[in-house]
Design a protein around this ligand. Structure first.
Ligand code: PLP
Length: 410
């Protein structure tokens, strides 16, 4: 039933969610992050309900001259951070970023090749997601299980057979660099475009701790802005190709968006400014902390995927099969104050659950968790899997209380 006072109920529920993330739990889920409070404040600064339709310098409504400048600042900062000639900011989410890129690069009925779920491939690239809904026919890329990426030689055979218009790479879990240059060569051979989905990797790329896919040969890069980038909930697309940028511009407006949230654009600008100031330090911290946690997990006797080669990114994964599956594991861990979720690994499947658990460091690094904290954190994490997780929660909360400041966000 609807609560008697829905507004009060919603406010209470929002505060409850905030208390879990800000006070009690360690967020090990790389798909979420904590925002710079100044960026967050801009989302509630009264801009969101001001429609902003059209290009800066040529808006339909009046009174938006200041908002126009915010759009321009955000786009210029994104271009600088990602070394890109063209930026599309009018993107509501990472999923819609992918749809916009698909629309710019292919027609309904065309074939594409995309990473399958066993190496973290995202649903938006497949039949049930926006690729399929737009009418693209997705062929799952062959897998290099040890490298947690695509098998380029087998993909070459597939591409020669199905003649894709797009080859996508980049996933929800990325452990080692993807073979971007080799895929670009292949894309050129078969007349395809190469699209890099940096929903998760964009922060590592922004901070120079991961190869920049545009520099390596990707035609276009899509991303989410609230995961490792630590910004508002939204998406972003960058490219160095003027022709693709022009198509994206028309897809953004008048295609898929009319008015859009200028408050989010303002928050994105502040976020991107933080990357220009702190990017290398934040990205390095994320990567080093992921390795320290993966090593500490191994020391706890936990099955880190692909040991001894653990990770070169800000993420790593555990084989969830001994624990009944990734989502079952996540529910148990949440009771002990650790937030994480399931992921697909190239291992035998578990009926009704996922065979991996994904762990990432965007929020831990921002909250100042140091490499030296990794053993203590993973000891509690390990106990939560062996003992009654509720008995660990108080100790997790006590450790969590040490991390009160935000880094890389001024
Ligand atoms: N692409 C990948 C690889 C993802 O992991 C996600 C995550 O949800 C998306 C796209 C979609 O991004 P968003 O959640 O911003 O729509």
């Amino acid at each position: 039933p609807l609560p008697a006072d829905p507004t009060a109920a919603v406010e209470r529920l929002a505060a409850e969610t905030r208390a879990i993330h800000d006070d009690r739990a360690f967020n090990l889920n790389p798909a979420t992050n904590v925002m710079n409070p100044r960026a967050e404040a801009l989302m509630a600064a009264g801009l969101g309900s001001r429609p902003s339709l059209g290009q800066p310098g040529d808006k339909y409504e009046t009174g938006l001259e200041a908002i126009e400048q915010i759009e321009v600042i955000a786009a210029r900062l994104a271009a600088r951070v990602f070394g890109a000639g063209f930026v599309e900011c009018r993107v509501p989410s990472g999923a819609i970023a992918n749809l916009m890129a698909f629309m710019a690069l292919a027609k309904p009925g065309d074939a594409i090749i995309a990473p399958p779920p066993a190496i973290g491939g995202h649903v938006t690239h497949h039949a049930a997601g926006c690729a399929g809904l737009y009418g693209l026919v997705t062929h799952p890329a062959p897998v290099d299980a040890a490298g947690y990426s695509v098998d380029v030689d087998a993909l070459r055979d597939l591409a020669r057979a199905v003649r894709p218009k797009i080859i996508t790479i980049g996933a929800s879990l990325n452990l080692f660099p993807h073979p971007v240059a080799a895929l670009r060569e292949l894309a050129d051979e078969v007349g395809a475009h190469l699209m890099f989905d940096a929903a998760h990797l964009c922060g590592m790329i922004a901070g120079g701790a991961w190869p920049n896919p545009l520099a390596e040969g990707a035609h276009v890069m899509t991303m989410s802005t609230y995961k490792s980038l630590g910004g508002p909930p939204g998406g972003l697309i960058v490219t160095n190709e003027a022709r693709i940028a022009q198509r994206l511009d028309a897809i953004a407006f008048p295609g898929l968006t009319a008015n859009f949230d200028a408050g989010k654009t303002a928050a994105l600008a502040v976020t991107l400014q933080n990357w220009t100031a702190h990017g290398p330090a934040y990205a390095r911290h994320m990567g080093e902390l992921a390795r320290a946690l993966a090593q500490a997990a191994e020391a706890e006797g936990l099955p880190v995927f692909s040991a001894p080669r653990l990770t070169e990114s800000h993420q790593f994964a555990l084989d969830a099969r001994p624990f009944g599956g990734g989502q079952a594991m996540a529910k148990r861990l949440a009771q002990a104050g650790f937030l994480a979720c399931g992921i697909g690994l190239p291992l035998p499947e578990i009926p009704g659950d996922m065979n991996g658990l994904r762990i990432g460091t965007p929020e831990l690094a921002r909250r100042g968790v140091a490499l030296a904290d990794a053993p203590q954190l993973m000891a509690l994490f390990g106990r939560a899997l062996r003992e009654d997780p509720a008995t660990v929660a108080a100790e997790t909360a006590a450790l969590r209380a040490r991390f009160t400041d935000l880094r890389y966000a001024d």
